[in-house]
Design a protein. Structure first.
Length: 296
């Protein structure tokens, strides 16, 4: 597909531009489909050499076990240098306070862990797999998203991006979040995964799982999840369209067992993949508020 080749070329160009302009770049890796595509694109950008910068996972401690298993196996396979920073360490150090009760999640706590890691390693560019079609706040992003010395994002204080010119100049302490696949859609990602034959975590494919329903969303019945009395656990055939902290990531009922099944399903759906994320529903501007604080 010609449009996928164009998107791939654009993403590889931006990744190489980051390597050229930044002194200490890092690729943010979560084990989700977008970050997997980013790692694959980075491999192609520098082939036959290895990816010349580390990958970093901000681990909430409440990830799906399948995600961690895939992360370790995949990054060992490609020979990437992985940095893991944990939210639990931030809690233990008193940097953040863990939420309690029904609906508690560590997802928002990742922001402090991420900013601390960027400061610790002096990263000046963090590559991420965000796409503009995911959510209205992300639709405002440039490819090179400027962050101030506090790691904060101001949508009104971003540099113009004319043609293929990217202004990566910054002062000490400032950095950029860079989003090479901004112009991709969820369907583009899955079609690219199919064409490139990229292995994926089993969570994305239909499987039987014990879940419970809350506010119209199906959540994993993990011991981590505190439930109300009326939230009944039952086994259903589900898959996940997005992978994150299991406390705020919902599943969808689906018979999609193959990449082509997923592609056909996504082509027909009228709901965004972020529709199953509880963290996006806390307030009307939840994503934008988190981004302004330094979120991915």
């Amino acid at each position: 597909m010609n449009h996928l080749k164009q998107l791939e070329a654009e993403a590889i160009f931006i990744i190489r531009e980051v390597a050229a302009q930044a002194e200490r770049p890092v690729l943010l890796f979560s084990g989700g489909k977008d970050s997997i595509c980013m790692a694959h694109l980075a491999r192609k950008a520098f082939f036959p050499g290895k990816i010349p910068f580390p990958l970093m996972h901000i681990d909430t401690g409440h990830n799906f076990p399948e995600t961690i298993e895939y992360r370790d196996r995949y990054l060992k396979e490609i020979g990437a240098n992985l940095i893991v920073k944990t939210v639990q360490a931030s809690i233990d150090a008193g940097r953040v306070t863990e939420e309690t009760g029904i609906g508690a999640s560590r997802n928002s706590l990742q922001t402090v862990t991420l900013l601390d890691a960027i400061n610790e390693f002096k990263f000046d560019a963090a590559l991420g797999g965000a796409r503009r079609d995911e959510e209205k706040a992300r639709a405002k992003e440039r490819f090179f998203s400027f962050r101030n010395s506090f790691g904060q994002w101001d949508p009104k204080n971003q540099r113009p991006e004319l043609w293929n010119l990217f202004n990566g100049q910054k002062k000490p302490g400032e950095h950029f979040r860079v989003f090479p696949i901004s112009n991709w859609t969820e369907l583009d990602v899955w079609q690219y995964i199919d064409i490139e034959k990229i292995s994926m975590p089993s969570l994305y494919f239909s499987h039987k799982r014990k879940v419970f329903e809350r506010d119209g969303v199906l959540y994993d019945a993990s011991p981590i999840m505190e439930r109300r009395e009326n939230e009944i656990v039952e086994e259903r055939v589900v898959r996940f369209r997005t992978i994150g902290d299991l406390t705020c990531t919902g599943a969808v009922e689906s018979p999609a067992e193959s990449l082509m099944d997923i592609i056909m399903e996504i082509a027909a759906t009228r709901t965004t993949e972020r529709g199953t994320r509880a963290d996006d529903k806390r307030t009307e501007a939840a994503m934008e508020d988190r981004k302004k604080q330094g979120y991915f």
